[in-house]
Design a protein. Structure first.
Length: 246
């Protein structure tokens, strides 16, 4: 499998799963543009993998528009892949739905849902122009099994799953494929705050028992960015070592 010659935009690339994906996609030959709110860390990853870095605030429409303009310039107007990985995922769990702060709920949906929509909308002309555009949305299996005490996050990722299906219908006539991956708990710093009992639930409940590293889903994401992945458009793949079956 090779991504040689394919321009890929990856958001949320500064750390955790995003940084792992950046390294893996670069290793597959992708011409990468990395974007993140965390500029210092994002630039460090970009320098490491030989990619271009552009700062972005997924909560700000103007910032997304500016990113799209830079991507247009860098790619000559043709983008082969967009990985919507950027999201708010930390510091929002362990709270019952009745106790979630309204501002926090709105902020999570503004970044995770509206940001994904606006990023896809901004990239759509470039994806169409490439002739084989692919969008991979990073969702979560928490929206598939109904994880408790995580309402803003599960709501946002459920919306991402729904958007994936609708976007696949709208972009399909232009041969742009849209899929989603739905991992469970991965061994990244963003899950350090998750209670031990939740980690144990996953480790013991997976068909392939034990913890799951972010590197384990990188091959799947890479494949979904290839020309051959178009047949999977609209699908949500629970890449969680068998914790949830669909």
């Amino acid at each position: 499998m090779s991504l040689s010659g394919r321009h890929i935009l990856l958001t949320g690339a500064a750390r955790g799963l995003g940084a792992v994906l950046a390294r893996h996609l670069a290793g597959q030959g992708a011409a990468l543009i990395l974007a993140d709110l965390a500029e210092d860390e994002g630039r460090a990853v970009a320098d490491e993998v030989g990619a271009r870095f552009v700062p972005v605030d997924l909560g700000g429409p103007g910032s997304i528009t500016a990113l799209a303009a830079e991507v247009t310039e860098a790619t000559g107007g043709r983008l082969h892949g967009l990985v919507n990985n950027g999201a708010i995922a930390t510091g929002i769990g362990g709270i019952g739905f009745e106790d979630v702060d309204i501002d926090t709920f709105d902020r999570v949906l503004r970044v995770n849902v509206r940001g994904t929509w606006l990023m896809t909308r901004a990239a759509a002309p470039l994806l169409r122009a490439s002739g084989s555009g692919r969008v991979v949305n990073v969702a979560s299996d928490t929206a598939l099994w109904g994880a408790p005490n995580l309402i803003s996050y599960t709501a946002s990722k459920g919306a991402v799953i729904a958007m994936t299906r609708s976007l696949a219908r709208e972009l399909g006539p232009d041969r742009v494929g849209v899929t989603a991956v739905a991992p469970g708990i991965l061994t990244t710093p963003s899950t350090d705050y998750v209670p031990e009992h939740r980690h144990r639930l996953y480790a013991e409940g997976r068909a392939v028992p034990g913890p799951q590293a972010p590197e384990e889903i990188a091959d799947t994401v890479a494949f979904l960015l290839t020309e051959g992945a178009l047949t999977l458009t609209g699908q949500v793949l629970p890449v969680n070592n068998g914790f949830v079956f669909t």
